[in-house]
Write a protein that binds this ligand. Structure first.
Ligand SMILES: Cc1cc2nc3c(=O)[nH]c(=O)nc-3n(C[C@H](O)[C@H](O)[C@H](O)COP(=O)(O)O)c2cc1C
Length: 258
């Protein structure tokens, strides 16, 4: 039990990796752990694509917004919402296909994400490191093409995987009282919100200011606080609208939306 809590409490995202390959038996242990996650109706409506091929990783580099870990990590693991396999089986067994809709995409996404977090913890428990890449969803259409995903398959979450070449500091978390509600949702007062974010504002700001390119961007854009970093630098309205359109288009292309 303590090793589980060790893994949970020591989690940090790793973005720099040794070139050592991942032995197949280690990878299999990680992937088996992924499949032990709960899934809706035990349908396991996901697929896991492990990309170790250098040329393919080079193709993934651009849609992953040129994040170096895509090239440096020995593996990029992409978890896809997948009703392709299940729908094929239904057809072969003369059963109705009810899974060509948005609800099915959500179910399959949840299955994929639960499997991914099992895999992440298993990897960390075995001494490997991971870093999730939100670019998997932001570029899901392009990544689906590179990974040759058929209809019914949408990449939703992915991470770099390998042996760490860095030991990042543990990052802060919001206090439990900011995240947990007893019995029903208790809406916070403005003062409570400010209090709950007080440590984040200090730690997050220090972190961004310690990175020269971010410090320069903050100064150039007249950004005054961490909240503005989030919405003026990292997650702009324009980018989020663009990624929303990408995801919607991919859901249509892959048969989850009319
Ligand atoms: C869905 C998701 C997408 C993420 N995307 C990226 C990413 O594209 N690049 C990156 O460097 N980190 C990414 N991260 C990692 C987060 O930045 C990281 O988990 C967070 O800052 C907390 O740090 P920690 O994981 O070290 O505790 C992502 C994490 C999640 C859960």
């Amino acid at each position: 039990m303590s090793s589980l809590f060790d893994a949970l409490e020591k989690h940090v995202s790793v973005r720099s990796y040794k070139s050592d390959p991942i032995p197949q038996e280690v990878l299999d242990q990680i992937l088996n752990a992924a499949t032990r996650a709960s899934s809706s109706g035990n349908m396991q409506s996901y697929s896991i694509i492990v990309t170790t091929d250098t040329e393919l990783k080079q193709k993934l580099y651009e849609p992953h917004f040129k994040q170096d870990m895509v090239l440096d990590a020995p593996a990029v693991v992409t978890f896809c919402a997948d009703f392709h396999r299940m729908r094929r089986w239904l057809k072969l067994r003369n059963a109705a296909d009810n899974f060509d809709n948005f609800m099915s995409f959500m179910i399959a996404s949840i299955d994929a994400i639960l499997a991914s977090q099992n895999a992440a913890l298993a990897a960390e428990g075995l001494g490997l490191g991971i870093c999730y890449m939100g670019t998997t969803l932001a570029s899901c259409g392009e990544i689906a093409k590179i990974l040759e995903c058929p209809e019914g398959v949408v990449p939703v979450v992915g991470f770099s995987l390998g042996y760490p070449n860095e030991k990042p500091e543990l990052r802060d978390r919001l206090p439990l009282k900011a995240l947990v509600h007893n019995n029903t949702y208790q809406k916070r007062t403005d003062a409570e919100i400010i209090a709950e974010y007080s440590q984040r504002e200090i730690k997050g700001w220090e972190r961004y200011m310690s990175q020269p390119h971010l410090k320069a961007a903050v100064e150039k854009n007249g950004i005054e606080n961490l909240a503005q970093v989030y919405t003026q630098l990292k997650y702009t309205k324009a980018s989020h609208e663009e990624y929303s359109n990408t995801v919607m288009a991919c859901l249509k292309e892959q048969g989850f939306l009319a």
